[in-house]
Write a protein that binds this ligand. Structure first.
Ligand SMILES: [Zn+2]
Length: 102
C-alpha cells in the first residue's frame, strides 16, 4: 500500500499508483506509475501487451489546499500484433480537455 493512498482514493486513480509527491511553492506534482497491463486493441479488439514506446505527460487533476495538483506519468503506447496499429489506452483521470503538453 502506498503512502499516498488517500490521494489515490480521492482522485480515484484506479490505473495508477503515486510514487512520489513533489511539493512546490505554487503547485504539487504527483509522480505516477502506471502498471503494464494487457490491452484490447481499439481497432480490431485483439489483446496485446506489446509496447511500442512511451510519452511523458503532465495533466492538471485537482485543486487541493488551494494549490493545483498535477499528475506526471509516462504513457505507454501499445502496438497491436494483428492490425499493426498503435494506441494509447485510455486513463480515467486524463480527460481530453485536460491535456497539456510540456
Ligand atoms: Zn488491432
Amino acid at each position: 500500500m502506498s503512502n499516498f493512498y488517500y490521494i489515490e482514493e480521492m482522485l480515484s486513480l484506479k490505473e495508477a499508483e503515486v510514487t512520489s509527491l513533489e511539493m512546490l511553492e505554487d503547485k504539487q506534482i504527483l509522480h505516477l506509475s502506471i502498471p503494464k497491463k494487457e490491452q484490447c486493441c481499439p481497432h480490431c479488439h485483439t489483446r496485446t501487451s506489446r509496447i511500442k514506446d512511451y510519452r511523458s505527460q503532465t495533466v492538471f487533476i485537482a485543486i487541493v489546499n488551494d494549490l493545483p495538483v498535477y499528475a506526471q506519468f509516462r504513457k505507454r503506447r501499445y502496438s497491436c500484433p494483428a492490425c499493426y496499429r498503435t494506441f494509447y489506452p485510455s486513463l480515467s483521470f486524463v480527460q481530453p480537455y485536460q491535456r497539456r503538453s510540456q
